[in-house]
Ligand binder design. Structure first.
Ligand SMILES: C[S@@+](CC[C@H](N)C(=O)[O-])C[C@H]1O[C@@H](n2cnc3c(N)ncnc32)[C@H](O)[C@@H]1O
Length: 283
């Protein structure tokens, strides 16, 4: 673990958690690379550079898209904390970076409780190291594909009062379940557990009118990563995840247009490929 704890670029990973093959790019560490982090290996950087080149063919800057997604997460958590939500379950939490969910939530709602969930062992090691000593926050190993096992985890049940409103965050993670029916089933099982006043925060890759051949190249690359695949989804599919819920304004929009701080009027361009963001409330 020493090498991981030092935090420099991980060129020669030693003492890694069990079960890690550093030759297989990890979607968590690739995202860390897009965000300018140092917790990534050569295989992650090579794969991320390929995605950066593929995104450029679509007219997108993958690093900027990642930053915009991260900023959406921060604004959504801030909004919910300011609206009175005090409990957050962040599934697919990612490697700790700046403005992590517990920092934003606790700034606007002192005492807020956060559960970080991820299935990547490197994420879990880093998150536990950083969060040790924060009584409002726990880190658990869990797989989005089996949401009941997350909600029924005794540590999670001790930390979150599911009878009270809480927020489930699925930010840039559902698209790593490429099978449409499986993804729909997962979200349906999460919705079942949302008590009235609870929220679902989602961001998801969106193809828009992007070139199908370029999208295929991206899918091929992600099929070689730890996630085993990726899927972009369209507006009706994303809307269907919120069946029986009300959408907070402004609905389903590119992440950068979801209640932006500045500028105030980011145009909503649904033709452009990118990431869509949405927050729904269970009434
Ligand atoms: C692109 S990162 C997003 C991190 C953070 N949510 C954000 O948007 O800033 C995706 C994260 O989801 C995790 N992940 C992917 N598939 C998952 C699954 N089936 N269950 C739990 N976590 C998963 C990855 O390990 C990675 O940390």
């Amino acid at each position: 673990m020493d090498r991981l704890a030092k935090g420099g670029p991980m060129d020669e990973p030693v003492g890694m958690p069990a079960g890690i093959d550093p030759g297989i790019p990890s979607v968590a560490r690739m995202y860390d690379y897009y965000l300018g982090g140092k917790d990534n290996f050569p295989s992650d950087r090579a794969a991320a550079e390929e995605i950066i080149a593929i995104a450029r063919r679509m007219g997108n800057d993958a690093r900027q898209v990642a930053r915009e997604n991260r900023d959406f997460l921060g604004r959504a958590v801030r909004h919910l904390a300011e609206s009175g939500v005090r409990q957050f379950v962040d599934i697919g939490a990612g490697l700790p970076t700046q403005e992590n969910v517990h920092q934003v939530a606790q700034r606007y709602a002192p005492g807020a409780r956060v559960v970080y969930v991820d299935n990547d062992p490197v994420v879990l090691v880093h998150a536990r190291a950083i969060l040790a000593g924060d009584p409002g926050t726990i880190v658990v190993s869990g797989d989005l594909r089996d949401p009941y096992s997350i909600f029924d985890d005794p540590m999670v049940r001790d930390h979150i009062d599911f009878a009270q409103p809480f927020a489930v965050l699925l930010v840039a993670v559902l698209h790593f379940i490429p099978e449409d029916e499986v993804a729909s089933g997962v979200v349906a099982r999460i919705r079942e557990r949302l008590s009235p006043g609870s929220h679902l925060v989602l961001s998801h890759i969106y193809q828009g009118d992007g070139d199908e051949a370029v999208t295929r190249a991206g899918r091929r690359l992600y099929s070689t990563t730890t996630s085993g695949g990726i899927a972009s989804r369209n507006l009706p599919q994303i809307a269907s995840y919120f069946e029986g819920m009300s959408l907070l304004e402004p609905g389903i929009v590119p992440v950068q247009a979801w209640r932006p701080e500045t500028p105030w009027d980011v145009p909503v361009d649904l033709e452009r490929p990118g990431i869509l963001g949405v927050v729904g409330r269970m009434d």
